[in-house]
Design a protein around this ligand. Structure first.
Ligand SMILES: [Zn+2]
Ligand SMILES: [Zn+2]
Length: 100
């Protein structure tokens, strides 16, 4: 069985891909492995924060330059430069989030 098939089998069984425990609902890993991965991601972020932020800033600039939404990278409506850096969807979402 290939690695991918193995993973798929695990997912179908509702078993963590890293151990034989049951997955956390909706995820492919158990709670223990989910939190382990979260800690790993956090440590990675801590160690490489500068790089990650630099890359994010570069990516934002690239999207801005190509007329894409900086949040979801979708083409903005009609590709028109309307002075916003985000597409209408994202602006509306932000608007509603602010109002919550
Ligand atoms: Zn696990
Ligand atoms: Zn967007």
């Amino acid at each position: 069985m290939g690695r991918n098939k193995y993973k798929k089998w695990h997912r179908e069984q509702g078993i963590c891909v890293d151990c034989p425990k049951k997955v956390f609902p909706g995820r492919i890993r158990c709670l223990e492995h989910l939190s382990k991965r979260q800690i790993m991601a956090k440590n990675y972020y801590k160690r490489h924060r500068q790089l990650i932020c630099d890359n994010a800033a570069k990516e934002r600039q690239r999207r801005k330059d190509s007329g894409l939404c900086i949040s979801c990278s979708n083409q903005k409506e009609n590709g028109i430069d309307d002075g916003y850096t985000e597409c209408q969807n994202c602006r509306e979402r932000l608007f509603f989030e602010r109002c919550k």
